[in-house]
Design a protein around this ligand. Structure first.
Ligand code: SAH
Length: 368
């Protein structure tokens, strides 16, 4: 359902967009940084309270623009400090955003789409089908809501130090809105997070990765999950379109000319599927010439999945082979599973426009 207001949502604009907006209404471009600061640093959403804008400008703005934040439906805290917000976007849809504290780092896991079209076979979001892209405003709202709730630590630093685009959706299939939102995350007049602390995670949309290189400098994570095409075709069906070599090549090119930057390779550990020592050796060969760090992610099960999590022994053995062969490897801790906030468990509520769910139910009924 379309949003009811036809006013411009100022949350949709990064600095360039905001400057263009002010210029287009006959105002000075520097108003952009003032308004960005009000919204993102002071969380002032009432235009009338933006007191360094003249009264007449405020009145003019109110006629055509507003700051439209999603409603926080649920705010849950896990025993381990992980926190999850459920945000209501429009009548049928909501999304989840997760905050994961670890030592001095606080990572926010942000969604880019409602549902996902990629159908990775081990991912709960893929199961739900795809509904629509999030707007820039809906993406950056997640950062705004979390920052507002968590604020600053004793040293005056923001508690949210890192953002990963690892929530629901494939960020590169919502290119422009994700770029604008990441621009706002990194803008000193908004959140001022460094490029090393903003990570885009992708299943590997090759043409969009080419474009990304010319558009923005952030950290990059690739959801590889398999060391050969036959297996990856099954786990990440996008691989049939963009096979492994092509995908790794474009990721490598992304870091061309950038020093001390590594590709994060994500690898979900699925029992007896991709977790054998031979897979580890194959992975070592594959990543030989790719400056990378491997993140092993123990699989997080969800209803109706056919997969199981690898045993701790299998994960450790796999990790040791990679490390012995010179790959920097860490096993991602499973966090927040008591509130269903772990990787791949984010669901929100999606109106399945593709009717995939209905089709599956029919198929299952037919199979009985
Ligand atoms: N579409 C993007 C970002 C979404 S998910 C991408 O593919 O990278 C972020 C990470 O969680 C991805 O590596 C994804 O493959 C992984 N993931 C998805 N489902 C999972 C599950 N059930 N258990 C563990 N990791 C999962």
């Amino acid at each position: 359902m379309p949003e009811l207001s036809d006013k411009m949502n100022l949350l949709d604009l990064d600095r360039a967009g905001m400057e263009a907006f002010f210029t287009s209404i006959g105002e000075k471009a520097f108003r952009a940084t003032q308004v960005l600061k009000w919204i993102h640093q002071h969380r002032v959403i009432d235009l009338n309270e933006m007191t360094n804008l003249s009264k007449s400008l405020r009145e003019k703005l109110q006629q055509m623009a507003e700051v439209r934040l999603p409603e926080v439906l649920v705010d849950q805290k896990s025993d381990d400090g992980t926190r999850k917000w459920l945000l209501r976007l429009d009548s049928g849809n909501s999304i989840e955003t997760v905050f994961i504290p670890e030592g001095s780092r606080g990572t926010l896991c942000v969604s880019s789409q409602i549902g996902c079209a990629l159908e990775c076979s081990f991912c709960a979001t893929g199961r739900q089908g795809f509904n629509r892209n999030l707007s820039t405003g809906e993406i950056i709202s997640q950062v705004l809501v979390a920052n507002h709730a968590l604020g600053f630590d004793d040293e005056g630093e923001r508690v949210v130090t890192n953002v990963v685009m690892m929530g629901m959706g494939e960020p590169l299939l919502n290119f422009d809105n994700v770029i604008a939102a990441m621009n706002i995350m990194m803008d000193d007049f908004a959140y001022g997070i460094s490029k090393r602390r903003v990570t885009l995670s992708t299943a590997g949309v090759v043409p969009a990765l080419e474009r990304l290189r010319d558009t923005i400098d952030v950290s990059l994570a690739l959801s590889l999950h398999a060391p050969n095409n036959a297996l990856r075709d099954v786990l990440v069906p996008l691989n049939k379109k963009y096979p492994i070599k092509e995908t790794l090549d474009v990721c490598k090119r992304y870091f061309d000319g950038k020093k001390h930057r590594y590709l994060t390779v994500e690898y979900v550990m699925l029992k007896d599927i991709n977790d054998k020592p031979e897979h580890a050796h194959e992975l070592v060969k594959l990543l030989k010439n790719v400056p990378s760090k491997v993140n092993l992610i123990p699989f997080n099960p969800f209803d109706e999945t056919q997969y199981e999590r690898s045993s701790q022994t299998a994960i450790n053995k796999f990790r040791d082979i990679l490390i012995k062969n010179g790959l920097i490897t860490i096993t991602r801790k499973t966090r927040g599973d008591d509130i269903d906030a772990a990787c791949g468990q984010l669901a929100g509520r999606v109106q399945d426009k593709t009717r995939r769910t209905q089709k599956r139910v029919q198929l299952q009924a037919g199979a009985k």
